[in-house]
Each structure stands twice: as C-alpha cells, then as structure tokens.
Design a protein around this ligand. Sequence first.
Ligand code: HGY
Ligand code: MN
Ligand code: MN
Ligand code: MN
Length: 379
Amino acid sequence: TQSCNSDIPSSSLSVDSESLQRQLEKDVLARRFIKDLMGRSGLSVHEDAVGNIFGRWEGTESELPAVATGSHIDAIPYSGKYDGVVGVLGAIEAINVLRRSGFKPKRSLEVILFTSEEPTRFGISCLGRLAGYAKDQEDLSSVFMKEGHYSAFLELHIEQGPILEEEGISIGIVTAIAAPASIKVDFEGNGGHAGAVLMPYRNDAGLAAAELALAVEKHVLDSGSVDTVGTVGIMELHPGAINSIPSKSHVEIDTRDIDESRRDTVIEKVHLSAIAIAEKRKVKLSEFRIVNKDPPALSDKSVIEAMQFASQHLNLSHKFMISRAYHDSLFMARISPMGMIFIPCYKGYSHKPEEHASIEDIANGVKVLAVTMAKLSLK
Ligand code: HGY
Ligand code: MN
Ligand code: MN
Ligand code: MN
C-alpha cells in the first residue's frame, strides 16, 4: 500500500532538546548509557559479537526488512563530542519523536550503535562491519549482514565541513561519500650518535619519513583536483631521543578523493616515492602497507527522495552535497539503500575539541530523520 502522507507525523513534532543536550554531555558513559536509553525508548536491545548494539521497534509487518539508522560514539583523541554521537542519540530521540506523535511503523525501525568507526583503537576504521574480533570464526559469521537485511539505512551526522553554516542552510542531503584509503610505512636506518656520526655517513630514517610526508603533499596537489586530499597524521621516530639519529620511523597516511582512480594514482605515486627515498637515503623500506582502499558510496535515489520530502514537509532549507568524511554509511551502502542527513556544525570544525553543533540544528536533523524513517517504514 502506498504510504499516504497523512500517516506521516505532522510538522509540529516535539524534540526534547533539553534531554538531548544533556545526553550529549553525558555521552561519556558510553554503551551502557546508550543501551539504557534504547530500553527507555521501548526498543528491544541486542548486541552482536563485535559489540554493535541494535535497538528495535517492531513494526506491524515485522517480517519485512526493517528501516535502520545509526552511527558511532567512539572518537579520535582530542576531538569533539558531536561526530557520530549526534547520529546515535539523535536516532533514539527520533524514535521518541515518532512515539510521541502516535506514529505506528509498518516496517520495523532499528537504531544501531556501530563499534569502532574511528581507526584510533584498532588501526582500521569501521571495524563493526568488515572485520570482527570475535573469539572465533563461527561468532564472526554471525556479525555479517546480508544484502537486503535492511530496506534502507540512514545516518544523521554533523557535516564536518563549513558549507551548511556558511550558506545558512539547515539540512544537507548527502548524495555520495568520498573514497578513503590509509597506508602504513616503516623505514629503518643505522641510527647512531647525533654528535659523533658525520652527515655523509648517516642513513636517517627520520628524514626519510619527513621527505615522504612532503611527497604525499606534492602528489596530492598534483592530482589536478581540489577534491584530492592527503594527510600524514602519525609520524613516530625511534628511539625518540634528541641526540640519537632515528633508526626507525613509522608514518601513517590518509588519502581520499571523490574519484577512486585519482586517489589510487596518488597511492601508486606515494609508493614509488617511498622506494626512491629509501634508495637515495640508504634506509630500508621495511613496510609499505595499504590498510584500506575503499570505493566511494552513492546514496540511494529513493532514500534521497525521502530525505528531501522530509525536509520540505518540515519546511527546512536543504541542499544536496557530498561527504568528504567517511562514515558507517560508507559500508552500509554495500548491503542496503543508504542516505545521510547532515546538519551544520560550528565553522565546519571536527576531529578537534572546538567541534560543536547547536541543539536547534540537532533537533532539525532529528525531525528530518524521524519523518524520513516514517516515510520509508510505510513503504
Ligand atoms: O575519518 C573520517 O572520515 C571519519 O570521521 N572516521
Ligand atoms: Mn570522525
Ligand atoms: Mn563520524
Ligand atoms: Mn609499521
């Protein structure tokens, strides 16, 4: 049956901004807190073998694939408290909004807290889907979701860029997510005494790392597009003493682009540079490991239309845009029609303590998420 829009909650939805703001502050209590919130929202809660947490609101036709939404609550060091968290607490509040409005889901609605989206803890991002750390294979297979498991997957997230705030637009409707890749590189040299070893006799692993970092910048800038980015966020020198020539260096590189082949060209050039630098400086290139090299993801047309309907229904300004950050949605797009809802954040800041989103913008995002889920649930 076609969902008639009269079943969609009216635009006078009520978001409990007070408690949502408080929840954002309290987020540090982490998963237990989230499971407790899910329970209080009447969701039935279960956890899988890698710690993804699912809260489910059974629909009237619960045998149909559910509509899911979610994000992450883990963060990188010295960062903010909105990246990911808005998409988990906001999703639970969207369920509360629908319940308060008297909405009855046809397809079940599921809120997901994904384990370890950030690469900080385990050196690889979005662990909750692609690789598990369950105690054995049998458990791990229980983690994988099959294509069609959900009828749609949505993620509410801060933009982590300046566009919405600069243009005074309330909602970003994400059409694509850029393709991320990460590389780990190790150089080894002889090291030695910083005073006693004259320059001609050195093979300094630290300078090899420094030269590679500049090579990353050069290859990225030479890509021919401003959409290509590259970052050396980690550079470790061993033994890390002012008066000892680095005998080892460890470099971690993040490079992305909305064009996958352009990104892959950068990776190839960086690899050639690492080999050339090792030769020139007589150090050993002991590791050049591509940790991940993911394709971009496109949002699904029907989900985009539902997000656009919701923004119009709520009379909120909105624009189509791409996400240069990756998200749990990048991987969920491989098994389900995907869509992301962006809200503005302060000066576009993210992955730093100044990250901030106003509770008004968060409430707008929650309402758009609620109406989008309602529309997709009645499909
Ligand atoms: O790095 C990213 O794009 C995400 O915030 N983990
Ligand atoms: Mn992040
Ligand atoms: Mn995030
Ligand atoms: Mn290494």
